[in-house]
Ligand binder design. Structure first.
Ligand code: HEM
Length: 413
């Protein structure tokens, strides 16, 4: 694919090496105006007219600040217009606007506040210690399944009150829901992919229905108890709302931090001098290092917004109904916002990345949790296995998630 022929709707673009992808986005940013792309084919919807690719930090940030104009309600996680039921089933509040969005977010926001997340720091540390104990017993192995996937999975399941015997089933289904176009998870037959997605959603919905019935008898301190008993302005969540909310939380909790951890190991393998800096002063440098990993890796590549009215932003006119795709991945490499943006630099501070979304009502609910998980795991790894390195990654084929399916790791015995 030539740069002039960049097509963000073509899966071949997303299969390119990461450096090529970054270079193509640099070309798009240099054009100054958002380029308009035709929509990709999807099994769920009529092909729409297309979308503007917002690739610059200024555009992504400003669109995020105007949620009344740049709406999530017609779908944030997919470029195509999905049927409303499909959107809500898989996206819950991420695909809604206020006031419905705010009503749902209020139910869980306390549980994700820095104060409450700090309270179970000990649990996160204990889990990370166990994972690294097992890694040392196992020896060189697949870093994704042995390390990166385990911590976020255990923590989000513990928060939800999901028992350990259900972990594998939860992970298998969240993997399918965010598998993009990857043939390892998704059939080439577009109709069959719909069935695969709905089956994965139904399995998670059944799990939460069972858990909610148990918690109705014996409520606990977990989020399923909170969700199923939540009473907002006299209203309770319907069982469909509960199922969707649960799917959003387990998918978002699992499929993002895992990839950030895998990218972290790749980055600290490629940029040896940054590893030396980090291990030379772990406590002093971890906080900025975690932000830089999220900026550089951008585990969530985009979210979509749809214009609710005609609007002019940074010199570009948009019409009501226009679709815009906010490329966090590209905004995070914008030379207008970051000096030497392709350099992985753990001393970068301040680091105004939009890896957790732009400032606005949809800013990542799990950002504090993700930061805790990343900090604790990187501390544990680089203290106890300082020589660990990554081999060649097996990447997920997806325009939405910058995913790593498998990543061999090595360390001196
Ligand atoms: C490094 C890890 C993570 C990254 C890069 C990430 C990224 C993002 C981004 C970009 C958004 C913005 C959505 C938008 O503006 O439309 C978002 C929203 C969200 N994230 Fe995360 N996330 C991470 C970890 C987590 C974790 C651990 C959870 C835990 C449950 C979580 C839960 C959510 C939820 C529920 C939303 C929707 C918020 C809303 O619509 O109000 N995320 N995340």
């Amino acid at each position: 694919m030539t740069f002039a022929g960049i097509d963000l709707s073509d899966n071949r673009f997303w299969a390119m090496p990461l450096a090529g992808r970054a270079a193509a986005f640099a070309e798009l940013r240099a054009e100054g105006r958002p380029r308009f792309f035709a929509e990709p084919e999807t099994p769920f919807a009529e092909k729409g007219p297309g979308y503007y690719a917002l690739v610059r930090h200024a555009d992504v940030s400003e669109a995020s600040r105007h949620p009344d104009v740049f709406s999530s309600g017609r779908g944030a996680t997919s470029v195509a217009d999905l049927p409303v039921e499909f959107n809500e089933y898989f996206g819950s509040m991420i695909n809604m606007d206020d006031p419905r969005h705010a009503r749902l977010r209020r139910i869980v926001s306390r549980a994700f506040s820095p104060r409450l997340i700090a309270q179970f720091e000990q649990d996160v540390r204990r889990a990370a210690t166990e994972i690294v104990d097992d890694l040392l017993d196992t020896g060189p192995c697949d870093f994704v399944s042995h390390v990166a996937a385990r911590l976020p999975l255990k923590i989000i399941c513990d928060m939800m009150g999901i028992p350990a015997e259900a972990y594998d089933m939860v992970l298998a289904n969240t993997n399918i829901i965010l598998s993009g176009a990857d043939p390892e998870f998704m059939s080439a037959d577009l109709d069959e992919t719909v069935t695969q997605l709905l089956t994965a959603g139904a399995a998670l919905a059944e799990l939460v229905t069972t858990l909610a019935a148990e918690r109705a008898q014996a409520p606990g301190g977990d989020l399923v108890s909170a969700l199923s008993t939540a009473n907002i302005d006299g209203e309770q969540l319907t069982s469909a709302e509960l199922a969707s909310f649960f799917i959003l939380l387990v998918v978002a909790g699992n499929e993002t931090t895992r990839n950030a951890l895998s990218h972290a190991l790749m980055l600290f393998t490629e940029f040896e001098e940054q590893r030396a800096l980090l291990t030379g002063d772990l406590e002093g440098r971890l906080q900025a290092a975690v932000e830089e990993v999220v900026r550089y890796a951008s585990p969530v590549i985009f979210m979509r917004r749809t214009l609710t009215r005609d609007f002019t932003m940074n010199g570009q006119d948009y019409r009501e109904g226009d679709k815009t795709v906010l490329y966090y991945y590209s905004a995070n490499r914008d030379e207008a916002a970051f000096a030497d943006p392709d350099r992985f630099d753990i001393t970068r501070w301040p680091n105004p990345h939009v890896g957790f979304g732009g400032a606005g009502p949809h800013y990542c609910l799990g950002a504090h949790l993700a930061r805790r998980e990343l900090t604790v795991m990187l501390r544990e790894l680089f203290t106890r296995v300082p020589g660990i390195t990554a081999g060649e990654p097996d990447r997920l084929l997806s325009s939405f998630i910058n995913g790593i399916k498998r990543l061999p790791c090595e360390f001196p015995g």
